[in-house]
Design a protein around this ligand. Structure first.
Ligand code: AMP
Length: 524
Protein backbone atom coordinates (compact mmCIF):
# COMPACT_ATOMS: atom_id res chain seq x y z
CA UNK A 1 0.00 0.00 0.00
CA UNK A 2 1.30 3.41 -0.92
CA UNK A 3 1.47 5.91 1.89
CA UNK A 4 0.38 9.48 1.41
CA UNK A 5 3.08 12.14 1.56
CA UNK A 6 2.74 15.70 2.79
CA UNK A 7 3.62 16.91 -0.70
CA UNK A 8 0.33 15.52 -2.03
CA UNK A 9 -1.92 17.41 0.35
CA UNK A 10 -2.03 20.82 -1.32
CA UNK A 11 0.09 22.64 1.28
CA UNK A 12 2.29 25.56 0.31
CA UNK A 13 6.03 25.16 -0.27
CA UNK A 14 6.85 27.18 2.85
CA UNK A 15 4.62 24.99 5.00
CA UNK A 16 6.17 21.85 3.50
CA UNK A 17 9.60 23.17 4.39
CA UNK A 18 8.48 23.69 7.99
CA UNK A 19 7.13 20.14 8.14
CA UNK A 20 10.43 18.83 6.92
CA UNK A 21 12.21 20.86 9.57
CA UNK A 22 9.86 19.37 12.18
CA UNK A 23 11.08 15.94 11.05
CA UNK A 24 7.69 14.46 10.16
CA UNK A 25 8.08 11.64 7.68
CA UNK A 26 4.45 11.20 6.68
CA UNK A 27 1.05 12.64 7.57
CA UNK A 28 -1.01 10.91 10.23
CA UNK A 29 -4.44 9.58 9.09
CA UNK A 30 -6.33 12.69 10.25
CA UNK A 31 -3.80 14.90 8.48
CA UNK A 32 -3.92 12.86 5.27
CA UNK A 33 -7.70 13.19 5.15
CA UNK A 34 -8.41 16.62 6.61
CA UNK A 35 -5.65 18.72 5.03
CA UNK A 36 -6.62 18.30 1.34
CA UNK A 37 -10.19 19.30 2.19
CA UNK A 38 -9.28 22.16 4.51
CA UNK A 39 -6.91 23.82 2.02
CA UNK A 40 -9.83 24.21 -0.40
CA UNK A 41 -11.82 26.21 2.12
CA UNK A 42 -14.47 23.57 2.79
CA UNK A 43 -15.75 22.92 6.32
CA UNK A 44 -14.34 19.92 8.16
CA UNK A 45 -15.80 17.88 10.97
CA UNK A 46 -12.86 15.95 12.40
CA UNK A 47 -13.62 13.24 14.89
CA UNK A 48 -10.23 12.65 16.36
CA UNK A 49 -8.54 12.64 19.68
CA UNK A 50 -5.52 14.37 20.96
CA UNK A 51 -2.46 12.34 20.05
CA UNK A 52 -3.60 11.71 16.48
CA UNK A 53 -1.84 14.75 15.05
CA UNK A 54 -5.08 16.72 14.78
CA UNK A 55 -3.53 20.08 15.68
CA UNK A 56 -1.33 20.02 12.59
CA UNK A 57 -4.34 18.89 10.56
CA UNK A 58 -5.87 22.35 11.01
CA UNK A 59 -2.81 24.53 11.62
CA UNK A 60 -1.02 23.48 8.39
CA UNK A 61 -3.92 24.27 6.01
CA UNK A 62 -4.67 27.45 7.95
CA UNK A 63 -1.14 28.74 7.44
CA UNK A 64 -1.34 27.86 3.75
CA UNK A 65 -4.61 29.74 3.35
CA UNK A 66 -3.46 32.73 5.37
CA UNK A 67 -0.48 33.27 3.07
CA UNK A 68 -2.61 35.50 0.91
CA UNK A 69 -4.18 38.59 2.47
CA UNK A 70 -3.17 40.58 5.49
CA UNK A 71 -4.42 41.45 8.94
CA UNK A 72 -6.34 44.60 9.81
CA UNK A 73 -6.38 46.36 13.17
CA UNK A 74 -8.53 44.61 15.77
CA UNK A 75 -9.95 42.26 13.14
CA UNK A 76 -8.40 38.82 13.43
CA UNK A 77 -8.43 36.83 10.20
CA UNK A 78 -8.85 33.50 11.91
CA UNK A 79 -9.99 32.34 15.31
CA UNK A 80 -9.18 29.17 17.22
CA UNK A 81 -11.29 28.31 20.25
CA UNK A 82 -9.78 25.87 22.71
CA UNK A 83 -11.24 24.62 26.01
CA UNK A 84 -8.18 25.17 28.19
CA UNK A 85 -5.36 27.62 28.54
CA UNK A 86 -2.80 24.91 27.98
CA UNK A 87 -4.40 23.71 24.80
CA UNK A 88 -4.63 27.29 23.54
CA UNK A 89 -0.97 27.88 24.42
CA UNK A 90 0.03 24.70 22.62
CA UNK A 91 -1.85 25.77 19.50
CA UNK A 92 0.15 28.99 19.62
CA UNK A 93 3.36 26.95 19.82
CA UNK A 94 2.24 24.97 16.75
CA UNK A 95 2.04 28.20 14.79
CA UNK A 96 5.60 28.99 15.80
CA UNK A 97 6.73 25.54 14.73
CA UNK A 98 4.84 25.19 11.46
CA UNK A 99 4.93 28.89 10.66
CA UNK A 100 8.71 29.39 10.93
CA UNK A 101 8.84 30.44 7.31
CA UNK A 102 5.99 32.92 7.62
CA UNK A 103 5.47 36.22 9.31
CA UNK A 104 2.16 35.46 10.89
CA UNK A 105 0.95 37.53 13.79
CA UNK A 106 -0.61 35.34 16.43
CA UNK A 107 -2.34 36.51 19.61
CA UNK A 108 -3.34 34.39 22.55
CA UNK A 109 -6.20 35.35 24.84
CA UNK A 110 -6.30 33.12 27.88
CA UNK A 111 -7.09 33.63 31.52
CA UNK A 112 -4.57 33.93 34.28
CA UNK A 113 -1.75 35.76 32.52
CA UNK A 114 -1.32 39.41 31.75
CA UNK A 115 -2.89 40.21 28.41
CA UNK A 116 -1.40 43.64 27.77
CA UNK A 117 1.01 42.42 25.08
CA UNK A 118 -1.71 40.39 23.43
CA UNK A 119 -4.13 43.31 23.41
CA UNK A 120 -1.46 45.50 21.80
CA UNK A 121 -0.98 42.84 19.12
CA UNK A 122 -4.72 42.69 18.54
CA UNK A 123 -4.82 46.46 18.17
CA UNK A 124 -2.20 46.23 15.43
CA UNK A 125 -4.01 43.32 13.73
CA UNK A 126 -3.41 39.56 13.87
CA UNK A 127 -3.68 36.68 11.43
CA UNK A 128 -4.57 34.19 14.11
CA UNK A 129 -6.33 34.70 17.42
CA UNK A 130 -6.29 31.74 19.78
CA UNK A 131 -8.59 32.01 22.77
CA UNK A 132 -10.61 30.26 25.40
CA UNK A 133 -14.31 31.10 24.89
CA UNK A 134 -14.90 33.06 28.09
CA UNK A 135 -11.85 35.22 27.65
CA UNK A 136 -12.73 35.96 24.03
CA UNK A 137 -16.25 37.08 24.93
CA UNK A 138 -14.85 39.21 27.71
CA UNK A 139 -12.61 41.07 25.28
CA UNK A 140 -15.35 41.30 22.67
CA UNK A 141 -17.75 42.81 25.16
CA UNK A 142 -15.17 45.42 26.09
CA UNK A 143 -14.98 46.37 22.43
CA UNK A 144 -11.37 45.31 22.02
CA UNK A 145 -11.96 42.90 19.12
CA UNK A 146 -14.14 42.83 16.07
CA UNK A 147 -15.03 39.43 14.75
CA UNK A 148 -16.46 40.23 11.32
CA UNK A 149 -13.10 39.72 9.65
CA UNK A 150 -12.79 36.08 10.67
CA UNK A 151 -12.32 33.90 7.58
CA UNK A 152 -11.50 30.65 9.37
CA UNK A 153 -12.92 29.39 12.65
CA UNK A 154 -11.47 26.37 14.44
CA UNK A 155 -13.23 24.74 17.36
CA UNK A 156 -10.90 22.29 19.05
CA UNK A 157 -11.92 19.55 21.49
CA UNK A 158 -15.60 20.43 21.29
CA UNK A 159 -16.62 17.60 23.58
CA UNK A 160 -14.33 19.00 26.25
CA UNK A 161 -16.00 22.36 25.76
CA UNK A 162 -19.27 20.61 26.43
CA UNK A 163 -17.91 19.01 29.61
CA UNK A 164 -16.75 22.39 30.77
CA UNK A 165 -20.04 24.15 30.07
CA UNK A 166 -18.76 26.30 27.19
CA UNK A 167 -21.41 25.43 24.60
CA UNK A 168 -23.57 28.56 25.18
CA UNK A 169 -20.42 30.69 24.79
CA UNK A 170 -19.53 28.87 21.57
CA UNK A 171 -23.02 29.50 20.21
CA UNK A 172 -22.75 33.19 21.08
CA UNK A 173 -19.37 33.47 19.39
CA UNK A 174 -20.49 31.64 16.23
CA UNK A 175 -23.34 34.11 15.90
CA UNK A 176 -20.89 37.01 16.02
CA UNK A 177 -18.84 35.66 13.10
CA UNK A 178 -19.51 36.27 9.43
CA UNK A 179 -21.62 33.47 7.95
CA UNK A 180 -19.26 33.23 4.97
CA UNK A 181 -16.33 31.60 6.71
CA UNK A 182 -14.67 28.24 6.88
CA UNK A 183 -15.23 26.17 10.04
CA UNK A 184 -12.90 23.38 11.12
CA UNK A 185 -14.47 21.52 13.99
CA UNK A 186 -12.80 18.83 16.08
CA UNK A 187 -14.20 16.57 18.73
CA UNK A 188 -13.13 13.18 20.07
CA UNK A 189 -16.73 12.05 20.53
CA UNK A 190 -20.06 13.14 19.10
CA UNK A 191 -22.69 13.41 21.84
CA UNK A 192 -26.07 14.87 20.73
CA UNK A 193 -25.26 18.41 21.92
CA UNK A 194 -22.18 18.43 19.70
CA UNK A 195 -24.08 17.06 16.71
CA UNK A 196 -26.62 19.85 17.18
CA UNK A 197 -23.84 22.44 17.19
CA UNK A 198 -22.35 20.97 14.02
CA UNK A 199 -25.72 20.99 12.28
CA UNK A 200 -26.26 24.59 13.28
CA UNK A 201 -22.86 26.09 12.44
CA UNK A 202 -21.12 23.97 9.79
CA UNK A 203 -21.98 23.99 6.09
CA UNK A 204 -21.77 20.69 4.27
CA UNK A 205 -18.69 19.60 6.22
CA UNK A 206 -16.43 16.76 5.14
CA UNK A 207 -16.77 14.29 8.00
CA UNK A 208 -13.45 12.69 8.80
CA UNK A 209 -13.26 10.16 11.53
CA UNK A 210 -10.10 8.49 12.67
CA UNK A 211 -10.07 5.57 15.03
CA UNK A 212 -9.62 6.24 18.70
CA UNK A 213 -6.06 5.89 19.87
CA UNK A 214 -7.12 3.23 22.35
CA UNK A 215 -8.31 0.96 19.62
CA UNK A 216 -5.62 1.75 17.11
CA UNK A 217 -2.60 2.83 19.03
CA UNK A 218 -0.80 -0.44 18.94
CA UNK A 219 2.11 1.64 20.09
CA UNK A 220 0.68 1.81 23.61
CA UNK A 221 1.27 -1.18 25.83
CA UNK A 222 -1.58 -1.17 28.31
CA UNK A 223 -1.14 -2.98 31.60
CA UNK A 224 -3.06 -3.23 34.84
CA UNK A 225 -1.65 -3.80 38.28
CA UNK A 226 -3.82 -5.26 41.00
CA UNK A 227 -3.47 -3.81 44.48
CA UNK A 228 -5.56 -5.94 46.75
CA UNK A 229 -6.18 -3.20 49.27
CA UNK A 230 -8.34 -0.10 48.98
CA UNK A 231 -6.13 1.82 51.38
CA UNK A 232 -4.45 4.90 49.98
CA UNK A 233 -1.07 4.00 51.45
CA UNK A 234 -1.21 0.58 49.78
CA UNK A 235 -1.91 2.24 46.46
CA UNK A 236 0.96 4.65 46.96
CA UNK A 237 3.20 1.71 47.66
CA UNK A 238 1.95 -0.05 44.53
CA UNK A 239 2.76 3.11 42.59
CA UNK A 240 6.29 3.24 43.95
CA UNK A 241 6.72 -0.40 43.03
CA UNK A 242 5.62 0.35 39.48
CA UNK A 243 7.92 3.35 39.21
CA UNK A 244 10.89 1.36 40.39
CA UNK A 245 10.19 -1.57 38.15
CA UNK A 246 9.09 -0.04 34.88
CA UNK A 247 11.52 1.62 32.56
CA UNK A 248 10.12 5.06 33.31
CA UNK A 249 11.78 8.02 31.64
CA UNK A 250 8.97 10.40 32.41
CA UNK A 251 5.39 9.81 33.42
CA UNK A 252 2.09 11.50 34.02
CA UNK A 253 0.36 10.00 37.04
CA UNK A 254 -3.37 10.57 37.02
CA UNK A 255 -5.56 10.92 40.09
CA UNK A 256 -9.34 11.26 40.10
CA UNK A 257 -9.39 14.02 42.69
CA UNK A 258 -7.33 17.14 42.85
CA UNK A 259 -6.74 16.77 46.57
CA UNK A 260 -5.15 13.39 45.92
CA UNK A 261 -2.82 15.03 43.42
CA UNK A 262 -1.44 17.16 46.24
CA UNK A 263 -1.13 14.19 48.60
CA UNK A 264 0.58 12.12 45.95
CA UNK A 265 3.06 14.86 45.15
CA UNK A 266 3.98 15.14 48.79
CA UNK A 267 4.38 11.39 49.08
CA UNK A 268 6.46 11.02 45.92
CA UNK A 269 8.70 13.89 46.94
CA UNK A 270 9.21 12.46 50.38
CA UNK A 271 10.12 9.13 48.89
CA UNK A 272 12.81 10.84 46.88
CA UNK A 273 11.15 10.92 43.47
CA UNK A 274 11.58 13.86 41.18
CA UNK A 275 7.96 14.97 40.86
CA UNK A 276 5.70 17.93 40.21
CA UNK A 277 1.95 18.37 40.13
CA UNK A 278 -0.72 19.89 37.98
CA UNK A 279 -4.15 20.44 39.43
CA UNK A 280 -7.09 22.71 38.83
CA UNK A 281 -6.39 25.00 41.78
CA UNK A 282 -2.99 26.08 40.50
CA UNK A 283 -2.74 29.50 38.95
CA UNK A 284 -1.70 29.85 35.37
CA UNK A 285 1.85 30.87 36.15
CA UNK A 286 2.57 27.82 38.27
CA UNK A 287 0.90 25.49 35.79
CA UNK A 288 3.02 26.83 32.97
CA UNK A 289 6.16 26.72 35.10
CA UNK A 290 5.50 23.09 36.09
CA UNK A 291 4.76 22.14 32.52
CA UNK A 292 7.94 23.76 31.29
CA UNK A 293 9.96 21.85 33.87
CA UNK A 294 8.29 18.62 32.82
CA UNK A 295 8.90 19.31 29.15
CA UNK A 296 12.53 20.12 29.75
CA UNK A 297 13.02 17.01 31.87
CA UNK A 298 13.72 18.89 35.07
CA UNK A 299 10.72 17.06 36.54
CA UNK A 300 10.35 13.39 35.63
CA UNK A 301 6.98 12.63 37.16
CA UNK A 302 3.87 14.75 36.94
CA UNK A 303 0.91 14.01 39.20
CA UNK A 304 -2.19 15.40 37.55
CA UNK A 305 -5.95 15.50 37.56
CA UNK A 306 -7.94 15.07 34.34
CA UNK A 307 -9.06 18.67 34.09
CA UNK A 308 -5.59 20.04 34.69
CA UNK A 309 -4.01 17.71 32.15
CA UNK A 310 -6.62 18.15 29.46
CA UNK A 311 -5.19 19.05 26.11
CA UNK A 312 -1.58 18.97 27.18
CA UNK A 313 0.79 18.45 24.33
CA UNK A 314 3.79 16.77 25.83
CA UNK A 315 5.23 14.92 22.89
CA UNK A 316 7.38 12.47 24.61
CA UNK A 317 5.83 10.83 27.67
CA UNK A 318 7.19 7.34 28.17
CA UNK A 319 4.52 6.29 30.67
CA UNK A 320 1.03 7.14 31.81
CA UNK A 321 0.15 5.73 35.19
CA UNK A 322 -3.39 5.73 36.46
CA UNK A 323 -3.01 5.96 40.19
CA UNK A 324 -6.81 5.90 40.22
CA UNK A 325 -8.90 4.06 37.69
CA UNK A 326 -10.89 6.84 36.01
CA UNK A 327 -14.60 6.84 36.73
CA UNK A 328 -15.44 7.35 33.07
CA UNK A 329 -13.90 4.93 30.59
CA UNK A 330 -13.55 7.77 28.08
CA UNK A 331 -11.15 9.48 30.46
CA UNK A 332 -9.01 6.36 30.37
CA UNK A 333 -8.67 6.77 26.62
CA UNK A 334 -7.83 10.45 27.00
CA UNK A 335 -5.29 9.74 29.69
CA UNK A 336 -3.39 6.98 27.95
CA UNK A 337 -3.42 9.04 24.76
CA UNK A 338 -0.65 11.10 26.40
CA UNK A 339 1.81 8.32 25.64
CA UNK A 340 2.51 6.44 22.42
CA UNK A 341 1.85 9.52 20.34
CA UNK A 342 2.34 9.76 16.61
CA UNK A 343 3.89 6.34 16.23
CA UNK A 344 6.13 6.43 19.29
CA UNK A 345 6.10 3.59 21.77
CA UNK A 346 4.16 4.22 24.93
CA UNK A 347 3.22 2.40 28.08
CA UNK A 348 0.29 2.80 30.43
CA UNK A 349 -0.15 1.12 33.79
CA UNK A 350 -3.36 1.29 35.79
CA UNK A 351 -3.50 0.50 39.48
CA UNK A 352 -6.68 -1.41 40.24
CA UNK A 353 -7.99 -1.86 43.77
CA UNK A 354 -11.01 -3.97 44.76
CA UNK A 355 -13.16 -0.84 44.47
CA UNK A 356 -12.15 -0.43 40.82
CA UNK A 357 -13.18 -3.78 39.37
CA UNK A 358 -16.37 -2.40 37.84
CA UNK A 359 -14.63 0.63 36.33
CA UNK A 360 -11.95 -1.69 34.95
CA UNK A 361 -14.64 -3.87 33.36
CA UNK A 362 -16.07 -0.75 31.69
CA UNK A 363 -12.63 0.16 30.33
CA UNK A 364 -12.09 -3.37 29.03
CA UNK A 365 -15.42 -3.14 27.24
CA UNK A 366 -14.57 0.20 25.69
CA UNK A 367 -11.11 -0.79 24.48
CA UNK A 368 -12.35 -4.24 23.46
CA UNK A 369 -9.56 -6.03 25.25
CA UNK A 370 -9.25 -8.00 28.44
CA UNK A 371 -6.90 -6.32 30.90
CA UNK A 372 -3.40 -7.67 30.87
CA UNK A 373 -2.00 -7.74 34.34
CA UNK A 374 1.47 -7.05 35.56
CA UNK A 375 2.03 -9.79 38.09
CA UNK A 376 -0.97 -11.78 39.18
CA UNK A 377 -4.46 -10.93 38.07
CA UNK A 378 -7.19 -10.67 40.70
CA UNK A 379 -8.67 -14.13 41.16
CA UNK A 380 -12.29 -14.99 40.44
CA UNK A 381 -13.35 -14.45 44.04
CA UNK A 382 -11.77 -10.98 44.12
CA UNK A 383 -13.40 -10.09 40.79
CA UNK A 384 -16.81 -11.29 41.97
CA UNK A 385 -16.44 -9.41 45.24
CA UNK A 386 -15.32 -6.27 43.42
CA UNK A 387 -18.27 -6.44 41.01
CA UNK A 388 -20.71 -6.67 43.88
CA UNK A 389 -19.36 -3.53 45.55
CA UNK A 390 -21.50 -0.41 45.49
CA UNK A 391 -20.15 2.10 43.04
CA UNK A 392 -18.70 5.25 44.49
CA UNK A 393 -19.55 8.12 42.25
CA UNK A 394 -17.93 11.47 41.74
CA UNK A 395 -17.49 13.33 44.94
CA UNK A 396 -18.33 10.23 46.92
CA UNK A 397 -16.27 9.10 49.84
CA UNK A 398 -12.77 8.57 48.80
CA UNK A 399 -11.32 5.21 48.51
CA UNK A 400 -10.26 3.69 51.76
CA UNK A 401 -11.31 6.61 53.86
CA UNK A 402 -14.65 5.14 54.75
CA UNK A 403 -13.08 1.83 55.56
CA UNK A 404 -13.12 0.93 59.22
CA UNK A 405 -9.61 -0.47 58.95
CA UNK A 406 -8.00 2.96 58.73
CA UNK A 407 -6.06 3.33 61.93
CA UNK A 408 -6.32 6.30 64.18
CA UNK A 409 -3.80 9.02 63.50
CA UNK A 410 -0.46 8.01 64.89
CA UNK A 411 -1.71 4.49 65.44
CA UNK A 412 -0.28 1.44 63.91
CA UNK A 413 -1.14 0.96 60.31
CA UNK A 414 -1.74 -2.66 59.41
CA UNK A 415 0.13 -3.76 56.36
CA UNK A 416 -2.63 -6.11 55.31
CA UNK A 417 -6.05 -6.81 56.63
CA UNK A 418 -5.71 -7.32 60.29
CA UNK A 419 -4.46 -10.55 61.68
CA UNK A 420 -4.77 -12.79 58.66
CA UNK A 421 -2.13 -14.66 56.77
CA UNK A 422 -1.21 -13.27 53.38
CA UNK A 423 -3.09 -14.92 50.58
CA UNK A 424 -1.23 -16.80 47.89
CA UNK A 425 -1.64 -13.82 45.63
CA UNK A 426 -0.24 -11.50 48.23
CA UNK A 427 2.63 -13.83 48.83
CA UNK A 428 3.52 -14.20 45.20
CA UNK A 429 2.31 -10.99 43.63
CA UNK A 430 5.11 -9.42 41.80
CA UNK A 431 6.07 -7.58 38.74
CA UNK A 432 6.89 -9.23 35.50
CA UNK A 433 10.62 -9.66 35.16
CA UNK A 434 12.13 -6.73 33.38
CA UNK A 435 15.04 -6.29 31.07
CA UNK A 436 16.81 -4.11 33.55
CA UNK A 437 17.56 -6.21 36.61
CA UNK A 438 18.63 -3.17 38.55
CA UNK A 439 15.04 -1.96 38.31
CA UNK A 440 13.46 -5.30 39.10
CA UNK A 441 11.25 -5.37 42.18
CA UNK A 442 13.13 -4.64 45.30
CA UNK A 443 11.99 -4.68 48.84
CA UNK A 444 11.43 -1.29 50.23
CA UNK A 445 13.86 0.25 52.61
CA UNK A 446 12.72 0.56 56.11
CA UNK A 447 12.54 4.13 57.28
CA UNK A 448 15.76 5.99 57.28
CA UNK A 449 14.84 7.59 60.56
CA UNK A 450 16.11 4.85 62.82
CA UNK A 451 13.97 3.61 65.58
CA UNK A 452 15.61 3.12 68.94
CA UNK A 453 18.28 0.50 68.59
CA UNK A 454 17.53 -0.14 64.95
CA UNK A 455 19.57 1.04 62.05
CA UNK A 456 18.16 1.69 58.63
CA UNK A 457 18.37 -1.58 56.83
CA UNK A 458 18.33 -2.22 53.20
CA UNK A 459 16.79 -5.57 52.80
CA UNK A 460 18.64 -6.83 49.78
CA UNK A 461 21.62 -5.67 47.83
CA UNK A 462 20.91 -7.00 44.39
CA UNK A 463 17.83 -7.65 42.35
CA UNK A 464 16.90 -11.26 41.86
CA UNK A 465 16.77 -12.60 38.37
CA UNK A 466 15.03 -15.39 36.50
CA UNK A 467 13.51 -18.14 38.56
CA UNK A 468 14.96 -16.78 41.71
CA UNK A 469 12.37 -14.02 41.31
CA UNK A 470 9.58 -16.35 42.22
CA UNK A 471 11.08 -17.70 45.39
CA UNK A 472 12.37 -14.32 46.33
CA UNK A 473 8.94 -12.88 45.70
CA UNK A 474 7.45 -14.95 48.45
CA UNK A 475 10.21 -13.99 50.83
CA UNK A 476 9.80 -10.37 49.82
CA UNK A 477 6.09 -10.45 50.44
CA UNK A 478 6.67 -12.14 53.77
CA UNK A 479 9.09 -9.42 54.81
CA UNK A 480 6.64 -6.78 53.76
CA UNK A 481 4.02 -8.54 55.80
CA UNK A 482 6.26 -8.61 58.82
CA UNK A 483 7.07 -4.95 58.47
CA UNK A 484 3.39 -4.25 58.78
CA UNK A 485 3.66 -4.71 62.49
CA UNK A 486 6.35 -2.13 62.89
CA UNK A 487 5.45 1.28 64.13
CA UNK A 488 7.62 2.78 61.40
CA UNK A 489 4.77 2.41 58.94
CA UNK A 490 2.65 4.81 60.92
CA UNK A 491 5.44 7.33 60.91
CA UNK A 492 5.93 7.00 57.19
CA UNK A 493 2.28 7.55 56.60
CA UNK A 494 2.22 10.49 58.92
CA UNK A 495 4.85 12.03 56.71
CA UNK A 496 2.80 11.19 53.67
CA UNK A 497 -0.16 12.95 55.20
CA UNK A 498 1.89 16.04 55.68
CA UNK A 499 3.27 15.45 59.13
CA UNK A 500 6.40 17.35 59.94
CA UNK A 501 8.84 14.48 59.89
CA UNK A 502 10.63 15.53 56.83
CA UNK A 503 13.53 13.14 56.96
CA UNK A 504 14.14 11.99 53.43
CA UNK A 505 14.19 8.27 52.91
CA UNK A 506 17.48 6.75 52.00
CA UNK A 507 17.45 5.30 48.53
CA UNK A 508 20.03 3.21 46.89
CA UNK A 509 20.57 1.98 43.42
CA UNK A 510 17.06 0.69 43.03
CA UNK A 511 15.70 4.07 42.09
CA UNK A 512 16.67 5.13 38.59
CA UNK A 513 18.94 8.15 38.81
CA UNK A 514 16.80 10.26 36.54
CA UNK A 515 13.86 9.92 38.90
CA UNK A 516 15.86 11.14 41.84
CA UNK A 517 15.72 14.67 42.92
CA UNK A 518 18.18 16.49 45.07
CA UNK A 519 17.01 15.97 48.60
CA UNK A 520 14.90 18.94 49.43
CA UNK A 521 11.89 18.05 51.39
CA UNK A 522 9.32 20.66 51.93
CA UNK A 523 5.61 20.20 51.91
CA UNK A 524 4.45 22.50 49.18
P1 AMP B 1 -1.86 16.27 18.52
O1 AMP B 1 -2.77 15.11 18.27
O2 AMP B 1 -2.15 17.41 17.63
O3 AMP B 1 -1.88 16.64 19.99
O4 AMP B 1 -0.36 15.83 18.15
C1 AMP B 1 0.34 14.88 18.87
C2 AMP B 1 1.84 14.97 18.65
O5 AMP B 1 2.19 14.42 17.39
C3 AMP B 1 2.42 16.36 18.67
O6 AMP B 1 3.51 16.35 19.56
C4 AMP B 1 2.91 16.62 17.26
O7 AMP B 1 4.11 17.37 17.28
C5 AMP B 1 3.17 15.23 16.74
N1 AMP B 1 2.88 15.08 15.30
C6 AMP B 1 1.88 15.66 14.61
N2 AMP B 1 1.90 15.26 13.32
C7 AMP B 1 2.92 14.40 13.19
C8 AMP B 1 3.45 13.65 12.08
N3 AMP B 1 2.91 13.70 10.88
N4 AMP B 1 4.53 12.87 12.31
C9 AMP B 1 5.08 12.82 13.56
N5 AMP B 1 4.63 13.50 14.63
C10 AMP B 1 3.56 14.28 14.45
Amino acid sequence: MQTTTFAELGLSAKVLAAIEAAGYAAPTPIQAQAIPVAVTGRDVLGIAQTGTGKTASFVLPMITRLESGRARARMPRSLILAPTRELAAQCAQSFEKYGVNHKLDVALLIGGVSMDDQVRKLDRGVDVLIATPGRLLDHFQRGRIMLMGVEILVIDEADRMLDMGFIPDIEKICKLLPPRRQTLFFSATMPPEITRLVDQFLKDPARIEVARPATTAKTITQRFFYCDSTEDWAKREALRELLRTLDVRNAIIFCNRKKDVAILLKSLTKHGFNAGALHGDMDQMSRMATLDKFRSGEIALLAASDVAARGLDIPDVSHVINYDVPWQPDDYVHRIGRTGRAGREGFSATIVSPDDIKATDAIAKLIGEEPQWIGEAPDEAALAEGRSRRRRGRGGPSRGRSEPRVPARGGREPRRESGREPTRREATRRMAPVDRPELAPQPEFVDSAPEAGRRPVRRRETAPAGEALQADGRAHQQRRHERADRPSRAREEKRDRGGNEATPRAFGDHMPAFLRRPVRVSAD
